[in-house]
Design a protein around this ligand. Structure first.
Ligand code: GLV
Ligand code: MG
Length: 309
């Protein structure tokens, strides 16, 4: 949500999203950068955000706006702020700068050390080339976020629609390399990986394809830039009921076969399950539970004859 628009800030409170970020960067005009800091701080102080993670996006570390974005908003509203989204991260120094500055303000204002987390946007060639070092740059990091708009511009991809595939490309998914590299760096450091925006608001099918693709390879979520995108993205990132039930069955069956029957591997509905299957099932089960899905099926241990088999 642009930090410069009070109507949007009010509306953001009602949305069924896990996190909201109030933007001071690209959605805010240069002339409004300074005023937006106070508006964003006030919106945080006013509360009403429910269980949502509350974040702001500051301007990039190499701009003249960035330090005041942090100092003003955190001094005024640090207590009500969970995370800072740092855009256009080019290397670990950008993250180190923000980490230190936050530590100074936390000390000076009596906030708990490390209270405010960092989410690093990887959105240009330099950022992607340094993503492994960036992902390890601070214990405050919670997520890496892919920024398709800046990324496409940085690489020279032929597209005018943010988040959509470059026209004329026949090689599959033009974001695949960036997506997997960011995801791998995130996971190697225990971070979440979040996909960036899809700007064509009216193209819900295109949004679904984009969200489904990121969700399928393991991304934890995706930005939305309009209330009309929330339901589609939530749906694509929640496992289907059937998939969720299957994950819970695998967990129960694995528990039974390993603990009761003391086996390493077993068969469930014609498929072999072992320790690696359990790990896969844990991912889907955790996401299903987080999405509020409930199970309707239970695992039935086999009868005495089969149990010996
Ligand atoms: C988001 O910031 C993007 O550049 O896509
Ligand atoms: Mg960007």
């Amino acid at each position: 949500m642009p930090g410069s628009n009070p109507r949007f800030l009010a509306k953001a409170r009602q949305l069924a999203v896990d996190e909201v970020f109030l933007d001071l960067e690209d959605a805010v005009a240069r002339a409004q950068k300074a005023d937006s800091r106070a508006a964003v701080a006030q919106a945080l102080r006013e509360g009403g955000w429910g269980a949502k993670t509350r974040a702001i996006r500051i301007n990039g570390a190499t701009t003249g706006w960035a330090y005041r974005d942090v100092v003003d908003v955190v001094e005024l509203a640090g207590q009500w702020l969970d995370a800072i989204v740092l855009p256009k991260v080019c290397g670990p120094l950008d993250v180190g700068w923000l980490d230190l500055l936050l530590g100074q303000i936390e000390q000076a204002t009596g906030l708990e050390q490390g209270k405010i987390a960092i989410e690093a946007q990887i959105e240009d060639a330099a950022g992607l080339a340094a993503v492994e070092a960036i992902a390890a740059a601070s214990p405050r990091l919670e997520a890496l976020v892919f920024g398709p708009a800046d990324f496409m511009a940085s690489l020279g991809m032929r597209s005018l629609t943010v988040g959509a595939q470059p026209s004329g490309y026949v090689g599959g998914d033009a974001f695949h390399y960036a997506h997997l590299r960011i995801l791998t760096a995130a996971r190697a450091n225990g971070l979440q990986a979040i996909d960036g925006p899809f700007a064509s608001i009216g193209d819900l099918d295109g949004l679904r394809v984009s969200a489904a693709s990121a969700a399928a390879i393991g991304y934890d979520g995706k930005w939305v830039v309009h209330p009309g995108q929330v339901d589609a993205v939530n749906a694509e990132f929640s496992p289907a009921q059937e998939e969720y039930e299957r994950a819970e069955l695998i967990l129960d069956a694995y528990e039974y076969y390993t603990k009761v029957q003391r086996r390493g591997a077993a068969m469930l509905n014609g498929e072999m399950i072992d320790e690696a299957s359990r790990k896969l099932a844990l991912v889907t089960a955790a996401r299903g539970r987080a999405a509020g899905l409930a199970r309707t099926e239970r695992f039935e241990p086999p009868g005495p004859d089969q149990a010996l088999g």
